[in-house]
Structure formats: C-alpha cells, structure tokens
Ligand binder design. Structure first.
Ligand code: SF4
Length: 174
C-alpha cells in the first residue's frame, strides 16, 4: 500500500516542487500549513492562500494548524537578535516540526517532512537533524533544494502568477 507523508508547508511557492518530488518517490501527500512565525497577519493570509492554491493545482489536500504568534514569541524572543540561521531559526524550525509530528501521529500518517529545506538560505542538514531528533522513525529527511527544486518552484510560481514573499517570515528578519 502507498505510504503517506504529511508535508509541512512553509509557503505556497515552496510547496510545488516538494509535492512533486514526494509523489515521484511514490508517496501519497497531505499538506499541513502551520507557521505561527509569519507576521503580520495579512502576510500570513497571503501565504496560506497561495499554499491552498498550489495544493489544489497539485491535487493534494491541505489543513491549517493554529495561528498562534504569541506562542511563537514566547519561545523565540530570547533569541530575537540572532542572525538568520542561528539559534532563533533552530527553535522556529523545531516548533513547526514538533506540531507537524503531533498531527502526523494523530492522523496515523506514516511520515512527516517539511518544505523548509527547499530554500537556498536554509541549512538542510540542520533541519534534518531537528526532524530526526523529534522522531527518527517518522521524519523523512528529503533535501528539496536538490535537483534544481528551488528553480523549478520559481518557474512554476511565475507561470501561475503566484504570490512570492521577499522575507523568511518573522519580523526580526525584515
Ligand atoms: S528568520 Fe525564518 S526561520 Fe528564522 S526565526 Fe524568522 S521566520 Fe523563523
């Protein structure tokens, strides 16, 4: 039987080639949009709507986690002056992956992974280490930036005239 994977989606544009790569590997994909790091609210809504549009085009379902920026700030604010890629980002990845794992277990889905590794600005090994630390057996360590994944997703965004953000997500990085 086809194995199922819950894909944490950080933004719509990044989802396209990640969904395609997982489908090419033979997985049944379900999307999960959980990003309490994204501020302000109108930016969050734009990214969520774009993620829903991409999932519709890619014929996969998507659910939304709770939008809880205060919980995110409670965890992150002690590290708000870190550079991008520092401890602040590690905690931000971990928070989002932890919730993805919780939903994955709740829905009895075989694996979970994240679109976060598609960004050329993000260290995929670090993200994989965090995912594996949370669940070695359930985390699928795929590096979506491989095989020109980022370029492919940008071409798709242009073709479909999708919204593309110009910052990672939090206001500490603008
Ligand atoms: S820069 Fe991105 S990954 Fe780092 S804390 Fe901000 S939103 Fe999270």
């Amino acid at each position: 039987m086809m194995k199922k994977v819950l894909l944490h989606i950080c933004c719509g544009v990044c989802a396209y080639s990640a969904i395609k790569a997982l489908k090419d590997k033979g997985f049944y994909v379900e999307g999960f949009f959980y990003n309490p790091n994204i501020e302000p609210l109108d930016e969050y809504i734009k990214r969520k709507d774009t993620a829903a549009e991409v999932c519709q085009i890619s014929k996969v379902s998507i659910s939304e986690g709770s939008y809880s920026p205060q919980q995110w700030h409670d965890i992150i604010d002690g590290y708000k002056d870190d550079i991008e890629g520092g401890r602040r980002c590690d905690l931000c990845y971990e928070m989002r992956l932890r919730e993805t794992l919780r939903v994955c277990q709740e829905k009895k889905i075989d694996f979970f992974t994240t679109t976060l590794t598609i960004s050329p600005y993000k260290n995929s090994n670090k993200i994989h280490q965090i995912g594996k630390k949370l669940s070695d057996s359930r985390f699928l360590a795929v590096d979506f930036k491989k095989n020109d994944g980022f370029k492919e997703t940008m071409r798709f965004a242009k073709k479909h005239n999708l919204y593309r953000q110009n910052y990672c997500g939090c206001l500490y990085n603008r």
